[in-house]
Design a protein around this ligand. Structure first.
Ligand code: SAM
Length: 249
């Protein structure tokens, strides 16, 4: 269950927010997500991790959107046709609703922003890939960790990325066929993935081994292997437009 915001140290949050602003200046991930919706015009959009609905509401008609979150606290209205399923992503994808999402049409754009534990992010990707269409894009939020504390597996700070970066490194190392890049969007980065292969079993088959391999590595491992992370494109509207509109490799 999510800890109430007031339980976290507010001064520490100010420090983290300032550090993140210095490390990743420029437009935030909401802005970049809105650009991506504009450039891709996805017919279908899946969001894992809805919270108050601030990212889900960026989907625009005629996109049809599905949000998945076991404890959504939606405080906004949606302009696109939107359904929120109040279940975990695992429950959703194993359910009839998950199997027949968008009447079997698959998704064009997905945003993974639910659990911030890397194995769940990897599992979310594994669940999404069979539902991908040619040209589908998956976005992984919080892929640039700020520091050791805010990327621990056990959350103790309001500013928090968890160890999502490990899922990105796993994909990079185990699926060189995927086309990946990182937009250093504030405050903690957005990884863009395409070239999905709905028939691929590689990640599912390697899943247990990957969890064992990465579960105990820490932030220092990230720093030591930074060069293996996907390369970055500038956090600029034009750079994101070019990536979205160029023909996938
Ligand atoms: C960081 S918030 C999402 C923020 C939202 N995407 C935005 O940008 O405004 C993370 C959300 O993920 C949800 N969550 C946690 N574990 C999940 C899971 N296994 N499946 C789906 N959602 C999950 C939490 O309930 C929480 O509301």
């Amino acid at each position: 269950m999510r800890q109430p915001i007031l339980d976290y140290d507010p001064d520490l949050y100010k420090d983290h927010a300032l550090q993140a602003e210095t490390a990743l200046p420029g437009p935030d991930y909401y802005t970049v997500l809105a650009w991506i919706h504009e450039f891709l015009c996805p017919a279908t959009y899946i969001e894992i991790g809805v919270w108050a609905g601030e990212s889900l509401r960026l989907a625009q008609p005629p996109t049809r959107a599905v949000g998945i979150d076991p404890t959504p606290v939606v405080k906004t209205s949606f302009v696109a046709e939107t359904r929120v399923f109040p279940v975990s992503s695992d429950e959703f994808f194993q359910s009839e609703a998950g199997q027949s999402v968008f009447d079997g049409q698959g998704f064009d754009l997905a945003f993974v922003d639910g659990s911030h534990l890397f194995e769940q992010v990897l599992r979310d990707f594994i669940h999404l890939e069979p539902l991908a269409n040619p040209g589908s894009v998956v976005l992984l939020h919080d892929c640039i960790p700020l520091d050791p504390l805010t990327s621990e597996r056990t959350r103790s700070t309001f500013f928090y990325t968890g160890d999502v970066w490990k899922a990105v490194l796993c994909l990079r190392r185990n699926r060189p066929d995927l086309e990946m890049t990182i937009v250093p969007a504030a405050p903690s980065g957005l990884c863009l993935v395409r070239g999905l292969d709905p028939g691929s079993r590689i990640l599912a088959e390697r899943f247990e081994g990957l969890v064992g391999q990465y579960i105990n590595v820490r932030h220092s491992y990230y720093l030591d292997h930074l060069k293996e992370m996907p390369s970055r494109i500038p956090n600029l509207r034009e750079a994101v437009r070019v990536w979205c509109l160029k023909t996938p490799i």
